[in-house]
Write a protein that binds this ligand. Structure first.
Ligand SMILES: Cc1ncc(COP(=O)(O)O)c(C=O)c1O
Length: 419
């Protein structure tokens, strides 16, 4: 990582350790900006906080003019603590709590994205201090090429309004004096590489915008096809080119908008999570026990696992890895890289041709920046790892390692009761 050897960083900060490289993050942001030039109107990049959120990350993104998509009071609190203005925050989610809705309305977020009609009723019942901007999340009935658990745009998904529901929502918003329909949104899933379902999603969104305009129900100033662009994790994954993908998306959006709506373009809002932060992240682990089974299988156990990266267990996600001191050593047959937790599903890599590994070796897993730490748990009392930023040569602690005291902080001692 820049001038710093990964093994030195592992020794200095301990493992498991997560590193983020700011240069790689900036590169991804530039790729989005570059690709968005194909959109003739204004554009906005809104970071999908669920990929990983922390106060210092928010600070970095705020300085780079990025907005935030949040789905909970917790994400909103972190975004605000990091300096995100409410006017740069969009609130998503299929079951937003009353507290989240009224807080979002109270602080004046940029928009609440209405996910279903039930939620709209709750919004209609709010006592609003000022007019509230709403977007509709359309369920476009599109299925991207990704794991079923990451698909969110099919007709039976829990997310988003079906076409007739979206029409009803638009009518009800137009009839409410304190609500404004300002944007249309969809998000069909995550970690996909084929853009066709996203093009069909844009067709549907623009079709809905045309209907809203024809019915005089609102002025669509924001158009958002969500996030979801995939990144390669494994040598066999398709190679993706971020600038090209964003450019294709933006130019397709421009073409549909011009055909159906004419020359005045809304703000195109892209909502990347993974494609911004996955590649900047590297996870480092230390090898502990090594077992050679009679069947020829080698099991290499490291000091982190499903508690900091649940993706292999959840989605069968595949990764590659290297021993940082001997990255080019020849493989000594296949190995399974497992964690220390009490689950057979606690593995990071099911099978990888790894060189001979020794206890104490440091193992690096690249592309670890998204949906690892945001899904991390304290299962088996595991302490969540520290996060260090590599900022163009400087090392900055973003999050310290959890301690047993952190684990004990919420527990209340039982009062002396007779039971
Ligand atoms: C509404 C919404 N927008 C954007 C994203 C970001 O997706 P990704 O991290 O794949 O870019 C998500 C995550 O699934 C999401 O739920």
């Amino acid at each position: 990582m820049g001038p710093h050897a990964l093994s030195d960083l592992a020794h200095r900060f301990g493992t498991p350790l997560y590193l983020y490289d700011l240069g790689t993050l900036d590169h991804a942001i530039q790729a989005y900006r570059h690709g968005l030039r194909a959109w003739p109107g204004p554009s906005l990049i809104t970071y999908a906080s669920k990929a990983w959120l922390s106060v210092p990350l928010v600070q970095l993104l705020v300085r780079r003019g990025i907005g935030f998509d949040v789905v909970s009071l917790g994400e909103m609190a972190i975004a605000q603590r990091g300096g995100a203005s409410p006017s740069a925050i969009h609130v998503h989610g299929n079951n937003k709590s009353r507290e989240l809705l009224s807080r979002a309305a109270g602080v004046g977020v940029h928009a609440i994205v209405v996910d279903n009609l039930h939620e709209l009723e709750q919004i209609l019942a709010l006592k609003l201090p000022r007019p509230l901007a709403l977007w509709l999340r359309l369920n476009p009935e599109q299925v991207p090429d990704t794991h079923a658990y990451r698909q969110t745009g099919h007709a039976t998904s829990k997310f988003g309004l079906l076409w007739e529901e979206a029409q009803e929502a638009a009518r009800r918003i137009a009839a409410a004096p304190h609500l404004r329909l300002t944007g249309l949104h969809a998000h069909i899933g995550s970690q996909f590489t084929q853009l066709n379902p996203l093009f069909r999603t844009l067709d549907r969104l623009v079709q809905l915008a045309a209907w809203v305009q024809k019915e005089g129900l609102g002025h669509i100033r924001y158009l958002s096809p969500g996030g979801g662009l995939g990144v390669p994790y494994h040598p066999q994954d398709p190679v993706t080119h971020l600038v090209a993908m964003v450019r294709q998306l933006a130019s397709y959006a421009a073409q549909v908008w011009r055909t159906k709506m004419g020359a005045s373009h809304p703000t195109l809002v892209l909502e990347p999570g993974r494609s911004l932060v996955a590649r900047p992240g590297i996870a480092l682990y230390t090898v502990g026990t090594i077992r050679h089974l009679p069947q020829g299988l080698r099991i290499v156990a490291v000091d982190g696992g499903m508690s900091d990266n649940i993706r292999p267990a959840l989605y069968g996600a595949r990764y590659t890895a290297a021993l940082v001191d001997r990255p080019l050593a020849p493989p000594a047959g296949p190995a399974q890289v497992v964690g220390p937790l009490c689950e057979s599903g606690d593995f990071l890599i099911e099978s990888i041709p790894l060189p001979e590994a020794r206890p104490g070796d440091v193992l690096a897993i690249p592309v670890s920046g998204a949906y690892h730490l945001s899904m991390a748990s304290n299962y088996n009392g595991m302490l969540r790892p520290p996060v260090v930023l590599h900022a163009y040569g400087r090392l900055i602690m973003m999050q310290r390692r959890e301690t047993p005291a952190d684990l004990l902080r919420r527990d209340e001692p039982l009062p002396p009761v007779a039971d």
